[in-house]
Every structure is written in structure tokens, then in C-alpha cells.
Ligand binder design. Structure first.
Ligand SMILES: Cc1ncc(COP(=O)(O)O)c(C=O)c1O
Length: 379
């Protein structure tokens, strides 16, 4: 039985022309024509003036926070329900994370939690994640950040191609981060991009990303740098991938539609909500299972694995991660079970692989529905 993946790279055959050009020009890394072309194309797609291609989305977040002036001991707010890479750059800079719960309406950062957190802390920055490709309530979040003097960093790692009220993901905040990791909608086999409208910030990010080398023959260093630049070869893969971004988006959204149609009739089962003012890329679709159904997400994960189908629990939120034990946390509603903890306990991500065929999706649907049939039969 063929393995069905959660989100594997979808090679489209356009990548090799750019990779070949890099080889033929002998510009492999880190400079060369693919790099500025890739940066320009992604920045334009995201409505930004500048893009800085980097080795990872994590590197983009690290540089974004440093550009925001985050330093030792500073407080940084961060969405709790996310992959750990959203939060780790806060620790890289010696800063202190404060985690914010999800809102039930979109699973993204709760403006209610944010508002309460601002009453207690004065953060340097706020990392707002567009979870599973759905843009957060970024207009409200941006407004609150402005009011309290915090720099907004949009973690759009999962959201290339998504929109909020017609504005592209990656266009919000002082800067934003994208990921081109192998599981993302566009991949460079590992990579990321920092997006900003400020050419000086972009320049600084490029400088730090290339070991902060000052223009002296002997490599003068005044500031701490990193080896974070994306190679020209990998930027070529990204350029090739971008040529079919439209098709990739269509495919992801069609996968979501199949799940919507197929699971609409299952009592106690819902999908991650997509607010009507968003046009998400549907990077991954998640199931939420009401505990009253008697079906545990672990049982569905197991049943899918038995059918050689990859699935995963919803991100384990940061307030439950041992690495972040003791970090302050603000729930959506004070004194209530955090929304993000409930989503972790009740949710799982279904395959959203671009190469999934109709037959593959039918296999996924059958395996999921089978769990509910079995559970009901067993009382
Ligand atoms: C929400 C989120 N932020 C940050 C990252 C980090 O990106 P990368 O893996 O390219 O470092 C990822 C994905 O891996 C992510 O899903």
C-alpha cells in the first residue's frame, strides 16, 4: 500500500532549469542570479518591498526579532499553539517568552489574551502565527501592538499564498517570516525568508546573515553574525516551485473541500475553522473530535497509520512543552481550560499532500470514518 504523506515536497519539474543555470554560471553559493530573483518574486507575492532569503524560517524569525531590538531579558509575546520554531528564537536572544492562547474562532492568537497580557507586560515584540495557513486576526493584533509599542512579527511560515481581507499573508507587521522547509507549500529543500518594507532592515538582515562581515580584506567584525544565507542553488529550486504556486494552492484548497464534504455528516467532528474574511492556503486541514463521541484522536492516528497514512496531532502548545515550563501564559478566557490545550487533546492533522490523488483521499476518508463506525458499534 502506497504511503500517503502529511505534506511532502511536490517536485514540479520546473526547478532543474534554475538549478542548472546556477551550475552553469558556477554561482552555487551564496550569491548568484537566482537569489535576488527569488527574493523579488516572493516579496512581490507577499506585498513587501524586500525579501531576504535565508537558510530557514527559524533564521528569519531570529533576525526579525533582532531587528525589532529584542535583547537579553526582554519580554516577547508569542502564539502558544504553534511549532516550537516560532518561540525558540526568543530564547536564542536571551529574551523571555510569554505565551498567548488561541481563540476558538480561528485557533490563532486570541486578541483577548493579548489584551490582558499587555496590561501586565511591556514586550519588545509579538510573534503572531498564521496557524496551518490561516491568517491570524492581524488587523486587531497590529493595532494592539501599535498601541503598546511592541513590534509585530508575523510568523507566516505556513501561510504563503493565504490572504486576510485581500491582503497577503506575510504583509503584516514590522517584518514577517516564511518557511520553505520540505513540508511547506513551496519548498527550497530547506529555507526561509524575512519580509519587510524597510530597505535598511533588509540590508541589516543580509549583513547579519553573512557573518556580519564588514568591508575589509581581513574580515573585520564589530557585530555578531550568523551563517544564515540561502544558497543560489536552493533559491533556484524555489523559483521553479513558485511557477506552480497557483496549482499548489488550488490543490490544497480542493483537499480541504473533500474533507469538508466527507466529514460534514459525522456528529461531533469539525474541521479547523476558516474565518470568512480569510482566504487560507489550506496548508493542512485538521479534525477536531468532541470527546463526547468517545473517539480519541490517538485512535484515529493509529487507524490511519495502520493504513500507511501519515497524520499528526495538532501542535502541542508551548505551555505544555517541557522546554517552556514556567513561562507565563495567558488563556483566552481567564480561569478556563486553555483553548490551545483543548485543541491539542482533541485534534489531529490530516494529509494535505499536494500529490494526493482522489483515490488517496478516499483512503484517508474511509479510514477516518471507519473509526467512528467502529466506536459506535462498540458502544
Ligand atoms: C509556524 C512555524 N514557524 C516557524 C517554522 C520554522 O521554519 P523552518 O523549518 O524553515 O525553520 C515552521 C516550520 O517549520 C512553522 O511551522
Amino acid at each position: 500500500m502506497k504511503r500517503i504523506h502529511l505534506a511532502a515536497p511536490a517536485v514540479n519539474g520546473r526547478e532543474m532549469a534554475y538549478v542548472r543555470a546556477a551550475f552553469e554560471s558556477n554561482w552555487l553559493a551564496p550569491a548568484g542570479a537566482n537569489l535576488p530573483a527569488f527574493e523579488g518574486r516572493v516579496a512581490a507575492l507577499c506585498g513587501r518591498k524586500e525579501g531576504v532569503a535565508l537558510a530557514s524560517g527559524t533564521a528569519a524569525l531570529h533576525l526579525a526579532l533582532r531587528l525589532a531590538g529584542v535583547d537579553n531579558g526582554d519580554v516577547v509575546f508569542c502564539s502558544a499553539l504553534t511549532f516550537v520554531a516560532s518561540a525558540n528564537p526568543i530564547l536564542y536572544l536571551g529574551a523571555r517568552p510569554v505565551f498567548l492562547d488561541s481563540a476558538p474562532g480561528d485557533w490563532n492568537l486570541s486578541p483577548d489574551a493579548l489584551w490582558r497580557a499587555f496590561r501586565q507586560y511591556r514586550p519588545k515584540a509579538e510573534v503572531a502565527v498564521d496557524l496551518y495557513g490561516t491568517p491570524a486576526r492581524l488587523f486587531e493584533i497590529e493595532e494592539l501592538c501599535k498601541q503598546y509599542g511592541a513590534a509585530l512579527v508575523e510568523d507566516a511560515a505556513e501561510a504563503l499564498g493565504s490572504e486576510l481581507e485581500g491582503r497577503p499573508a506575510g504583509s503584516f507587521g514590522e517584518s514577517a517570516a516564511l518557511s520553505f522547509n520540505g513540508n511547506k507549500i513551496v519548498t527550497t529543500a530547506g529555507g526561509g525568508m524575512l519580509l519587510t518594507n524597510d530597505p535598511e532592515r533588509a540590508q541589516k538582515a543580509r549583513f547579519w546573515a553573512a557573518q556580519a562581515k564588514e568591508p575589509a580584506k581581513h574580515y573585520q567584525h564589530r557585530e555578531l553574525g550568523y551563517n544564515y544565507r540561502l544558497s543560489n542553488v536552493l533559491a533556484g529550486i524555489g523559483l521553479g516551485q513558485l511557477e506552480t504556486l497557483g496549482e499548489f494552492l488550488e490543490k490544497k484548497r480542493r483537499i480541504r473541500q473533500v474533507y469538508e464534504r466527507e466529514f460534514a455528516g459525522l456528529p461531533g467532528v469539525s474541521l479547523n475553522p476558516l474565518p470568512p474574511n480569510t482566504r487560507p492556503n489550506c496548508w493542512l486541514t485538521c479534525l477536531r473530535i468532541d470527546p463526547k463521541t468517545g473517539v480519541r484522536p490517538e485512535a484515529v492516528l493509529r487507524a490511519l497509520e495502520e493504513e500507511n497514512i501519515e497524520s499528526r496531532p495538532v501542535w502541542k502548545p508551548m505551555q505544555l512543552q517541557p522546554l517552556y515550563t514556567g513561562a507565563p501564559f495567558f488563556a483566552h478566557e481567564e480561569g478556563k481550560t486553555p483553548v490551545s490545550s483543548a485543541l491539542y487533546a482533541q485534534g489531529l492533522c490530516l494529509p494535505g499532500d499536494i500529490r494526493c490523488t482522489a483515490e488517496d483521499l478516499a483512503r484517508v476518508v474511509k479510514a477516518v470514518k471507519g473509526c467512528f463506525g467502529k466506536e459506535r458499534a462498540g458502544g
